[in-house]
Design a protein around this ligand. Structure first.
Ligand code: SF4
Ligand code: SF4
Length: 504
């Protein structure tokens, strides 16, 4: 009997790795010749696993999915053969990765590849970015973007799955804490609410034993207060906005700021309240099942809850440091860029879709940072094969309804004034992206949902993440195809919406 059919009951995708990683080369060859019937059984096992996980079910491309073209699951003869070939290849790769992992890793986030510097090439063209050019800040002064904001914010609900009054209620509930305690940070406003700069600082300083002790204690507190990942970066003025667009006067009788431009805004050079020494960079996880419903209000609720948790976490960690006598302030989307700090702090790499890709949750995280005058031990940027994998994968670009994500190689500049040039990476088009949000009536997370790194924290998925660190274009191509064939990362998925509302 072939290796796949003798796999234990947890599910086929688990087993193809575990079983094949621990068997001899002859069994890999058998995988090439497994029959369609066996594959069907294998897929049934996989279906059971997914149902048990309570996320979404494996299914074939349906009429809704075909709307977006190319992002979703199909299983034809060609893919079936690819799956068999990939299974054998992955088995060998899993074996190699397991050996390599055992030799190189003692902990869950120990680097496979570790880099002393920033992993992306940075040229002189990279300068502190002016916050007024971010797409959200442009909603305050750019008439074209402002009118789109109004349309976006006033989009009605409908009877369509994921867009009903029920779904919109969940959406607003997810965002509720952010709306109440950090509303202005969303569009880049600094020094407001939970992200205010000047707060009470204890005049009595706590003396740590040394920087390592300080870092350990801060990380422990951050995890306790809600961070799923935490790292430390040196403060770097390159990533702080050069100038800020501050609202100085609001429209009267206007509770929702995006519906009308403010009466007065000032464009001022950034002057932080103190010179920070360290930046504590934290990630909060977004709900897997909710993000699987992109691009609907359910997915938007997952995003909103991420923002709400960012505000709570940033405010709490800031308070911890202030209580210890060190001036500190938190920021969300405001004041400084988050992704470069997260890369510098060793939380992950930049993916094709422009998000931070973490090893643990892929791009399914939101980022909040706390600037502090406390000296902490900086972490080291880590690479685990994302850049090489993205070159072959392109799943996010295929799944983007706005065609805002490039299919080509990384570049040193982007297509709009909302792109900051000088870092070698993939630049998405924020204008096209936002246009789709407006058309869609709610924000989109397709490029997070569809990413093969977006998985739950299960051992088999972590093993797969390890495999991406292995070199080889063909292996990466097959891995990306396998992810799609086995039903991961579908978008516009009405079944995911229905699954989400099912009782536990
Ligand atoms: S969020 Fe924007 S870039 Fe990402 S898939 Fe949606 S439209 Fe495309
Ligand atoms: S979907 Fe693929 S190409 Fe896009 S960021 Fe994720 S791994 Fe990279």
């Amino acid at each position: 009997m072939g290796g796949i059919l003798t796999a234990p009951a947890q599910g086929g995708f688990h087993c193809i790795f575990l079983f094949q990683a621990t068997t001899i080369a002859g069994q890999f060859v058998k995988s090439f010749y497994c029959t369609q019937q066996k594959m069907t059984l294998f897929l049934n096992q996989r279906r059971k696993e997914v149902e048990l996980m309570g996320t979404f079910t494996l299914h074939k491309h349906d009429a809704t999915n075909s709307k977006v073209g190319g992002g979703n699951t199909t299983l034809g003869r060609r893919e079936f053969l690819q799956a068999g070939a990939a299974g054998a290849t992955f088995g060998l790769a899993a074996f190699l990765a397991a050996k390599r992992g055992a030799a190189s890793s003692a902990g869950s986030r120990t680097a496979i590849g570790e880099s002393d510097g920033f992993p992306n090439k940075i040229t002189d063209a990279c300068r502190p970015f002016d916050q007024k050019y971010t797409i959200f800040a442009r909603g305050l002064w750019d008439p074209e973007v402002q009118s789109k904001w109004v349309k976006f914010a006033t989009a009605p609900t409908s009877k369509e799955s994921g867009r009903t009054q029920l779904d919109k209620a969940l959406y607003n509930a997810g965002w509720a804490v952010e709306y109440r305690f950090a509303e202005w940070s969303m569009n880049g406003q600094p020094d407001t609410d939970a992200y205010q700069w000047n707060t009470w600082t204890n005049p009595r300083k706590w003396e740590f034993e040394n920087v390592q002790d300080a870092s350990n204690k801060v990380k422990k507190a951050a995890k306790f207060l809600g961070a799923c990942l935490v790292g430390i970066a040196r403060y770097d003025p390159l990533w702080t906005y050069s100038s800020l667009l501050k609202i100085v006067k609001f429209q009267e009788s206007q509770p929702e700021h995006w519906l009308r431009p403010p009466a007065g805004i000032e464009h001022i050079p950034t002057r932080l309240p103190f010179e920070p020494k360290s930046v504590v960079v934290m990630a909060v996880e977004m709900d897997y099942g909710a993000i699987a419903c992109s691009p609907t209000h359910i997915a938007g609720a997952g995003t909103g809850l991420g923002y709400s948790r960012m505000a709570e976490l940033g405010w709490s960690v800031r308070r911890f440091l202030s209580e210890l006598g060190y001036r500190s302030f938190a920021c969300g989307n405001d004041t400084a860029l988050s992704i470069p700090y997260a890369v510098a702090a060793g939380l992950g790499e930049i993916g094709r879709q422009g998000c931070l890709i973490t090893r643990e949750f892929g791009p399914r995280v939101r980022l909040v940072k706390v600037f502090t005058e406390l000296e902490l031990k900086p972490d080291t940027p880590q690479t685990f094969g994302v850049a090489a994998f993205c070159k072959k994968c392109k799943r996010c670009a295929e799944s983007c309804p706005a065609k805002a994500i490039p299919f080509g190689d990384p570049t040193l500049e982007g297509p709009t004034i909302s792109n900051n040039p000088g870092v070698e990476k993939w630049y998405l088009n924020p204008e096209k992206c936002f246009d789709f949000w407006v058309e869609n009536g709610v924000d989109c997370a397709n490029c997070i949902t569809s990413c093969p790194y977006n998985k739950t924290e299960m051992w088999n998925h972590r093993l797969i993440s390890r495999l991406t660190a292995l070199p080889g274009d063909q292996l990466h191509y097959l891995m990306a195809r396998m992810d799609k064939i086995f039903g991961y990362g579908n978008t516009f998925d009405k079944r995911a919406n229905a699954e989400w509302w099912k009782e536990e």
